[in-house]
Write a protein that binds this ligand. Structure first.
Ligand code: SF4
Ligand code: SF3
Length: 545
């Protein structure tokens, strides 16, 4: 196996990347190898889909399926070799279907040409030559690094594309862009400038995808409004819903009405409490637990059924909760029940057999719901406070959480931000500081929870509004982004910000291991990117600029 896609990857003086029997995330070599072959097959599928498009053949089923299958290879999503094998076989079927429709003598690229054997073990044997770092011995290491930047960025974009699709948001133009880039990456490009340009293209495409997702969420569930969420248990039987997929949460809320079951959010599902069409259900009683890395003990202590709608999933066996855990869509763990379709009765039946919480705990509350609409409604008042000198700086402190001790930086940074600055936050990293009391500036809360990682889109809208209001470039605003990355969704958001011309971003806890010194230096130079140091030193540097 060779996998280097997340922040948790093995990165020592002698070894870079997970390459033993298991990755740090618990992904086995078998799954990793099958995922490499699946990704290669998806390159071929995209080449064929793009060729078919040129001949006027648009296969909607394949277009919708391909990003979904790619999403299954994102960190902490799918650990089941059988399911990855099935996806690879499905990709092969789709490849044949497209080939049979293409007219003329076409010379296919290698990925489109390759026909995979219908045997998991034989597939695994192909992995070393198809792995994401294929050709590494003949190539400049910066080229491999740029290819990985594109591949992981595109994987993040594919994940958001799938989240948008679930909410009925699709776009043929985006599908074509996706296929073209995926096909091109499968051709093993070697031109650094072209690779860099494509990385920016992926970032721009993702901006459109995040807009689609924002549309899907707000059209389906209304605009988030500031809402108070209890983060302590309430007496009664219970279901915990984690991941990013609001559609699943809605289905669970509908189907648990009248059963007496209380529904809780976990991890990236916390912002759901702000959507009118979700918080109208009184049995959506609160949020339980925090970010994904604490899952094994938090899920073990949760006395009900648990649904994992998307990333991030951990091994349920140490906490012995596999029997009351259910996965959805692209998420899987061997032996864990998987819900197909929208019938959640197995989850409900399981919750009814379990004890639930025996008593109410004293409430502790958080406020969420500063999405695009709320931010833009508040924008004139915010601008007024800036002109009056009451708000001097804006920070976006957000991104993924993770295990590493250095991540305490984000808590310490947020708490050290001067009182005359507003802090926007998003994604699961906010659990590090969202219980802290930040107070307000003339009635505007100093901590604004913008939502999930994809809601970076909302924060960008506020920044764009402010730059218009103050008639300046986004980089001239007193705004600093302090981001934490863990997986590939964060990589694509970073590419989106770069592509939109946002400079001076602070990122941590460490530089991605797949980035060579050369690639990192070039990003630092082009985008004035900073790696985090200490909160005090970084704050001094930010205010001195
Ligand atoms: Fe290693 Fe991360 Fe890949 Fe898991 S996803 S195998 S931890 S690099
Ligand atoms: Fe968190 Fe996985 Fe990235 Fe959506 S849930 S931000 S790490």
């Amino acid at each position: 196996m060779f996998c280097i896609q997340c922040e948790q990857t093995i990165n020592s003086k002698t070894k870079t990347g997970c390459s033993f029997a298991k990755g740090m995330c618990g992904k086995t070599a078998e799954v990793s190898d099958l995922q490499d072959v699946l990704v290669y097959s998806l390159h071929g599928l995209s080449e064929l889909a793009a060729l078919a498009w040129n001949q006027g053949i648009i296969d909607v089923e394949i277009n919708r399926w391909a990003p979904q299958a790619f999403f299954a290879t994102l960190t902490n999503v799918n650990f089941d070799p059988e399911r990855i094998f099935q996806l690879a076989m499905q990709a092969e079927d789709y490849k044949s279907r497209l080939k049979s429709q293409l007219a003329g003598d076409i010379v296919f690229g290698q990925a489109a040409q390759l026909t995979l054997p219908n045997d998991p073990q034989a597939l695994q044997h192909l992995a070393p030559e198809l792995a994401v770092n294929r050709g590494k011995d003949q190539l400049d290491e910066d080229i491999i690094s740029l290819r990985l930047l594109c591949l992981y960025g595109l994987k993040g974009a594919a994940a958001y594309l799938e989240h948008a699709r679930v909410l009925g948001q699709t776009n043929d133009d985006i599908d074509l862009q996706y296929h073209r880039i995926m096909a091109w990456l499968g051709s093993d490009p070697t031109d650094a400038t072209e690779l860099f340009d494509q990385a920016m293209q992926i970032g721009l495409m993702n901006y459109q995808i995040m807009a689609m997702l924002d549309n899907g969420e707000t059209q389906t569930f209304g605009h988030p409004t500031p809402s108070s969420v209890n983060t302590k248990p309430v007496k009664g039987k219970c279901i915990l819903v984690s991941g990013h997929d609001l559609h699943d949460l809605e289905q669970i809320l509908i189907q648990t009405q009248g059963t007496g079951i209380n529904v809780y959010t976990n991890g990236e599902m916390l912002p759901a409490h702000a959507y009118p069409e979700l918080n109208k259900y009184p049995h959506l009683v609160g949020n339980y637990g925090s970010a994904w890395q604490n899952q094994q003990h938090e899920f073990a202590n949760f006395p009900g059924a648990i649904v994992m709608t998307s990333n991030c999933l951990l091994d349920p066996n140490p906490g012995a909760y596999a029997e009351r855990l259910f996965t959805r869509s692209i998420v899987a763990w061997p032996g864990v029940s998987h819900i197909e379709g929208d019938d959640f009765s197995p989850v409900i039946d399981t919750a009814l057999t379990l004890a639930g919480f025996e008593h109410d705990e004293i409430e502790q509350r958080l406020t969420v719901g500063f999405g695009r609409n709320t931010l833009l409604q508040a924008a004139p008042e915010v601008a007024k406070q800036v002109k009056l000198g009451n708000i001097k700086h804006f920070f976006l402190v957000g991104g993924c959480d993770g295990e590493k001790a250095q991540r305490s930086y984000y808590h310490d940074f947020a708490c050290a931000v001067p009182d005359d600055a507003l802090i926007m936050t998003l994604a699961c990293g906010k659990y590090r500081f969202n219980h802290h009391q930040f107070g307000d500036i003339e009635g505007i809360p100093r901590l604004l929870d913008v939502g999930q990682c994809n809601d970076a889109y909302s924060a960008i809208q506020l920044a764009l509004w402010l730059s218009k209001e103050f008639d300046c470039d986004i980089n001239q605003l007193p705004l600093t982004l302090v981001l934490s990355w863990f997986e590939q969704k964060a990589i694509v958001i970073l590419l989106t910000l770069f592509a939109l011309g946002v400079k001076g971003i602070y990122v941590g806890p460490t530089a991605p291991a797949f980035m060579t010194h050369g690639v990192l230096e070039s990003l630092i130079e082009r985008f004035d990117l900073h790696l985090i140091s200490t909160p005090q030193a970084d704050l001094e540097q930010i205010y001195a600029a």
